[in-house]
Design a protein around this ligand. Structure first.
Ligand code: SAM
Length: 303
């Protein structure tokens, strides 16, 4: 007599086999497939990514030479067409017409997940607007890879892309994200990393940070420390080679000194409207504007 445990494990095994068979079948459906590719180590491509690249009708690639090298590693030969910032306006209608006509189009970028500081957003948006199906084939992205290695909070994060290269704009962008209660992720070029870290230090304060370079590649390294110490370290060295992602810790949480905030708000509200007073005091105390605004409202009702 078989025990019920054995029976259920057999049916469970059969179920798992069926599931695998179903998942093994490459999708035959027409549509746009957003395929993530490695950010360095060529083995970091998913089985499904290979299925789609090996069975699609056409691959739209940011740089066809870069993608051709990856395809050669995996013995895949499919028509490649460039899709990048220079030709997107002209190419988009043509590519979408192919999908509308029943083609399976794969979109890849040079490395990582397309659309993440890479072309593809408008292609996806217009495909959806035309009622075409869009599928994501997830995989590596430098942003999440750096976040997982940084040793900084991961429960909330803001991906801020590339910072502007001009100092004034860069500082303004940093000011915009200074109050965000989340880890911050930036892409940066080696030739600008020293000045970017110096600006992060002066605008964001001396928070903990990690500079992740050449992730998944031979010379991978992650330097961790305070923004001040990292800024001094990079300022005294030649610009590092390779690709860099920076992760910065959230602002140091401090408890508002309510009595002090109230006293300052009362003074300020004698001279200016409530909203301007809340703005001024939240900046002066470096507390979230919303909390100070609510304090100001409750003070006003008491006055
Ligand atoms: N879409 C890509 C992704 O999902 O990773 C990002 C493309 S963006 C144009 C390229 C930037 O990503 C580089 O300049 C660098 O800041 C970061 N990056 C890419 N590969 C990296 C790596 N292996 N290590 C660290 N940062 C990397």
């Amino acid at each position: 007599m078989q025990s019920s445990k054995t029976k259920s494990s057999e049916s469970g095994g059969k179920r798992a086999e069926n599931n695998l068979a179903r998942h093994n079948a490459p999708s035959e459906a027409a549509g746009l497939y957003i395929v993530a590719t490695p950010i360095g180590n060529a083995r970091d491509i998913t089985l499904r990514g290979l299925d789609v690249l090996g069975s699609c009708d056409l691959i739209a690639a940011e740089d066809t030479r870069v993608t051709a090298k990856l395809m050669a590693i995996y013995g895949i030969s499919k028509p490649l067409t460039p899709y990048n910032d220079h030709n997107a306006v002209r190419e988009r209608p043509r590519l979408l017409a192919r999908v509308a006509g029943g083609a399976r189009l794969a979109l890849v970028s040079d490395a990582g997940t397309p659309l993440i500081s890479d072309p593809g957003y408008k292609l996806v948006r217009e495909a959806l607007a035309k009622g075409l199906s869009v599928h994501a084939i997830p995989g590596p992205s430098a942003a999440l890879t750096a976040l997982t290695l940084a040793g900084l909070p991961t429960n909330r994060f803001l991906f801020a892309g590339f910072l502007p290269s001009k100092q004034g704009e860069r500082r303004r962008t940093l000011e915009e994200v200074r109050g965000v209660a989340a880890s911050l992720i930036f892409f940066e070029a080696g030739r600008r990393i020293a000045e970017a870290l110096a600006d992060m230090h002066s605008v964001l304060g001396d928070r903990d940070a990690a500079v992740a370079r050449e992730l998944t590649k031979l010379h991978e390294e992650v330097r961790r420390g305070s923004l001040g110490s990292l800024a001094s370290e990079f300022a005294t060295q030649p610009p590092p080679k390779g690709e860099i992602t920076v992760v910065v810790a959230p602002p140091i949480a401090s408890t508002p000194d309510v009595a002090r905030a109230d006293a300052l708000l009362e003074k300020a509200m004698a001279y200016m409207p409530l909203s301007a007073a809340a703005d001024l005091i939240s900046t002066a105390l470096d507390f979230p504007k919303r909390a100070i605004y609510e304090r100001a409202l409750s003070l006003k009702t008491k006055l």
